[in-house]
Design a protein around this ligand. Structure first.
Ligand SMILES: [Zn+2]
Length: 187
């Protein structure tokens, strides 16, 4: 089994609760298989989601795909973990993914250097968890704005920053909120 795993370059997570592949090698393979790739600027879409197998087994998976102006790769698996979709578990499971996305700014295939930009795409639950926000049914559950749950009916609110009461939340505001126990914006 170990030999087979080595062949596929599968690593076990530190806590033993999952397996993963490293981003750089997977990226190189994806680019290689799509050769020739016309552009040298790639967007890497990172994704993740949790699910249940039966009534007890929690599974949380991470993946990615590569996007250019004209083409998108298939979704590829980065990690499969036997952990619930919760902040502490995702923090642990995504440690290498976070490290790789912070440090890997380009990848070289057949001598051609591709610059990398990262985006995250996930459902609201996963998005709120990785941002450190409250649950999807909490008062301030939107990852983009500071609208309170009870005001969601008002579709005329605007995210426009020039408005007196800008509703869009900044990354700084999200960071502050993520460190607070009560997930509430002050205004
Ligand atoms: Zn919103």
């Amino acid at each position: 089994m170990k030999e087979i795993n080595n062949g596929f370059e599968v690593q076990q997570l530190e806590n033993g609760k999952g397996v993963q592949k490293r981003l750089e090698k997977k990226l190189q393979r994806v680019i290689e298989s799509a050769w020739p790739v016309e552009t040298d600027q790639l967007i890497v879409k990172i994704t993740g989601d949790g699910t249940m197998m039966g009534s007890r087994l929690h599974i949380t998976n991470f993946g990615f795909c590569v996007i250019t102006d004209k083409w998108s790769s298939e979704d590829m698996i980065l990690a499969i973990t036997q952990m619930p979709e919760k902040y502490d578990c995702i923090k642990e499971a995504m440690k290498d993914v976070v490290h790789d996305t912070l440090h890997l700014k380009s990848v070289t295939v057949r001598g051609k250097v591709f610059s990398l930009k990262y985006v995250i795409c996930a459902d609201l639950k996963f998005t709120n968890i990785i941002l450190g926000l409250g649950a999807c049914n909490s008062d301030y559950c939107c990852a983009w704005c500071k609208t309170k749950k009870c005001d969601f009916y008002d579709v005329y609110k605007t995210l426009d920053e020039n408005e007196e009461k800008a509703l869009a939340c900044t990354t700084e505001e999200i960071e502050t909120l993520s460190k607070k126990k009560s997930k509430k914006y002050e205004n």
